[in-house]
Design a binder for this molecule. Structure first.
Ligand SMILES: *Cc1c(COP(=O)(O)O)cnc(C)c1O
Length: 404
């Protein structure tokens, strides 16, 4: 078994060697610019891009022409939200989103508020789920866009996207989903789900970093979007700039592999994740799993061990790579906004660790991780006066009340 063991697949994933293989010729040998219309180097690169576009489109059930390449999900989200806001100016100025979104969405919404738009940020229940009725009530005649993430990057909760998107469609409001954690892991189909715009990224599905896509619905309805970059008019004028050909070729292969292997891989990872969860719950007391256990990504686990700080735990199991809260917020001591939104008390939220299993994790690794975590949590609790007091006089001490 190789160490450290990587269990942080919501932050990023390794490039699959099969993906790298497909990318390599496009660096030195087939280096052409797909915008070069008059020679073989350009044609060769364009062919690679269009083949990848077709494979990516197939994974989410759209037409190849509806895929716009970007640098990643952050850029896709910015293009979707700002692009719709600008293109709809005059017709509406209201956006509906959710408290547990990724910063890419929340910070873009904040920017749009500065520009004079109104944003409604809906709450979620204790499981992390959005109530479609809340969306229905939030829609007004000025609403131009509803943006709800497909699956959460911290607690793995899968939102009722089809129901929410159907509501938006019935009201003539565009629906965007940040599906960065879902595409390639669980089935996503923009037709069946009534989705108009969809953001995702190659490096979350075993492709390279720096390449992503925005799906933009071409008909029924045709989405109108303002470009956010000016230049050569690439990607139907929506995203100027020379295409990242090796990245795109890799993205295409990564999507093709996910399409073929998703079902079996989801079952395998759910089995490993459940085994890990059940061992932790059986062999340790006061373990809290955050987020719905039913509507959840197969490879996600997010939990707290009462009386144990996440940073202390991670320092004592350095050969295991997990995350506290989300990678983006782990530099700040603030509890995660997602855990706060589902009502996790601050002390437990600070102890939360996010475990994201992936394609190359083995059963042996997961058994090792379970044993190490059980041992480390037990040891840290025996050394913790607060936890000892809480166990000796449950419910009579104020600390105990705060912990439960
Ligand atoms: C990782 C992630 C992003 C950002 O993706 P990049 O490609 O790194 O810009 C956005 N949203 C969610 C839900 C993510 O998990």
């Amino acid at each position: 078994m190789k160490k450290p063991i990587y269990l942080d697949h919501h932050a990023t994933t390794p490039v699959d060697p099969r993906v790298l293989e497909v990318m390599l010729p496009y660096f030195c040998e087939k280096f052409g610019n797909p915008a070069s219309r008059h020679h073989a180097f350009g044609w060769e690169a364009e062919q690679a891009v269009e083949r990848a576009r077709t494979r990516i489109a197939a994974l989410i059930g759209c037409a190849p022409a509806e895929i716009i390449f970007t640098s990643g999900a952050t850029e896709s989200v910015n293009l979707a939200l700002k692009g719709v806001a600008e293109a709809s100016a005059g017709r509406g100025d209201h956006i509906v989103t959710v408290a547990t979104e990724h910063r890419a969405v929340l910070d873009t919404c904040r920017r749009l508020e500065e520009r004079g738009l109104r944003v409604t940020c809906l709450p979620v229940n204790r499981e992390g789920l959005l109530d479609p009725d809340d969306v229905r009530r939030a829609l007004t005649d000025r609403t131009i866009l509803v943006s709800v993430m497909y699956a959460n990057n911290e607690i793995g909760v899968i939102q009722p996207i089809r129901e929410i998107a159907r509501l938006a469609r019935e009201r003539g409001v565009l629906f965007h989903s940040d599906a960065t954690q879902a595409v390639g892991k669980i089935p996503v189909n923009v037709e069946e789900d009534f989705i108009d715009l969809l953001s995702f990224s190659a490096h979350k599905l075993y492709g390279p970093k720096g390449i992503g896509a925005l799906y933009v619905r071409g008909r029924n309805p045709r989405v109108r979007l303002s470009a956010q970059l000016d230049g050569g008019g690439h990607e139907r004028g929506l995203r100027s700039g020379t295409l990242n050909v090796p990245g795109i070729a890799g993205f295409g292969e990564a999507c093709a592999i996910c399409g073929r292997e998703m079902d079996g891989e989801a079952r395998r990872l759910a089995t490993l994740r459940d085994r890990l969860m059940h061992r932790l719950l059986a062999e340790l007391e006061d373990v809290f799993v955050h987020g719905s256990r039913e509507r959840r990504l197969p490879h996600n686990l997010n939990l707290s061990f009462a009386g144990v700080e996440a940073s202390t735990l991670m320092m004592s199991v350095k050969e295991i790579a997990v995350s506290s809260g989300s990678a983006c917020s782990s530099a700040t001591p603030e509890p995660s906004h997602v855990l706060r939104a589902i009502g996790v008390p601050n002390d437990l939220a600070r102890g939360a660790i996010r475990i994201g299993l992936g394609r190359f994790n083995t059963e042996e690794e997961i058994e090792y991780v379970a044993g190490r975590l059980i041992e480390a949590v037990g040891r840290l609790r025996r050394q913790s006066p607060i936890y000892q007091t809480m166990k000796e006089s449950p419910r009579s001490e104020s600390e105990a009340a705060g912990q439960s």
